[in-house]
Ligand binder design. Structure first.
Ligand code: NAD
Length: 293
């Protein structure tokens, strides 16, 4: 498959630039989105079936598992036998596994490959893919990963990509909160934020949240904190991923109390405290402006 035909379903904030990058690399891409969105270099189809019927790879970039299930139910029967269904959305593990089974029953290959890197990474073609599926299916997806991203990790069978993504983001949510509350405590103790960064970023409290994405404005590398907390990675997207991680934890009876607390704090922040539309690191002003109740 040197020049696979791509059917691209879901041309939103992430999907449109990903599809445009595939087209720019010389692939024949036909796209569909019910919202009527389009992408540069991508032929617009009038329906999902029209976009996928002769595609070698159908790539989906959708909001959630329920929509993925509906799209799969409609499109899997329309696909060419032996084609690859490549879902790059972030969805619950169970929906992924169910869709993978349905794909197999239609004689299709399946890979789940949620991404990290955000809209900037999608536009620049520097996403990281966390993939689940058979060796053969992963190998078929690799040329697309090479165009849209800088790294793809084959994590295991179908669903393993989603599992890796929600575990990573559960750590990220909890460490961002820990970093922000520590800055707020440091403020109250009269410790300068720059000094706090200098110590922690080179001590055992370091993390990606502190070192690469410091939530304190004017401290550490450039981050959304230096841009009025404009996302970046929006708080409501972190909330979505924490919900998925807790849903998964409940399903397999895993004890994840920090993940549960992070979920509750981001839920409060997004739904009750005006955090929607702000970067997820805006937890720092949220903590800094509060006293213990
Ligand atoms: P988005 O809402 O901008 O795009 C989703 C698109 O899916 C929309 O254009 C919508 O019209 C389309 N859609 C809805 N129902 C559909 C259907 N039945 N058939 C076809 N298309 C349909 O969302 P996004 O930011 O592009 O995110 C897409 C996925 O990527 C999500 O699962 C998200 O969690 C994940 N993700 C997003 C980011 C980010 O920074 N935005 C980062 C990593 C992962």
């Amino acid at each position: 498959m040197t020049h696979p035909k791509i059917g691209f379903i879901g041309l939103g904030n992430m999907g449109a630039p990903m599809a445009a990058n595939l087209a720019k690399a010389g692939m024949t891409v036909t796209g569909f989105d019910p919202a009527g969105t389009t992408a540069k270099g991508v032929a617009a189809a009038n329906s999902g079936p029209e976009a996928v019927h002769d595609a070698d790879v159908v790539l989906t970039m959708l909001p959630d598992g329920e929509i993925l299930r509906a799209v799969a139910q409609e499109l899997l029967p329309q696909m060419k036998p032996g084609a690859l269904f490549l879902d790059c959305s972030t969805v619950d593990v169970q929906s992924t596994r169910d869709v993978a089974r349905q794909a197999a029953s239609h004689g299709l290959n399946f890979v789940d490959a949620p991404v990290s890197g955000g809209v900037g990474g999608a536009a620049a073609g520097t996403l990281t893919f966390m993939a689940g599926g058979s060796e053969a299916a992963f190998a078929a997806a690799q040329p697309l990963f090479d165009i849209m991203g800088q790294k793809a990790v084959h994590c295991g069978a179908a669903g393993a990509g989603q599992a890796a993504k929600i575990c990573n983001n559960m750590i990220l949510g909890a460490t961002m909160i820990a970093t922000c509350e520590a800055f707020a405590l440091a403020d109250k103790l009269g410790l300068d934020r720059q000094k706090m960064f200098d110590v922690v970023s080179t001590s055992s409290g370091y993390s990606w949240s502190m070192n690469a994405y410091c939530p304190a404005p004017g401290v550490g590398p450039q981050s959304p904190a230096d841009n009025g907390y404009k996302p970046g990675f929006a708080a409501e997207l972190m909330l979505k991923d924490l919900r998925l991680s807790q849903q998964a934890a409940e399903a397999v009876n895993a004890d994840t109390p920090m993940g549960a607390r992070a979920l509750e704090l981001y839920r409060q922040f997004v739904e009750d405290e005006g955090g929607r539309g702000q970067d997820f690191s805006a937890m720092l002003p949220r903590f800094a402006d509060r006293d213990r109740r």
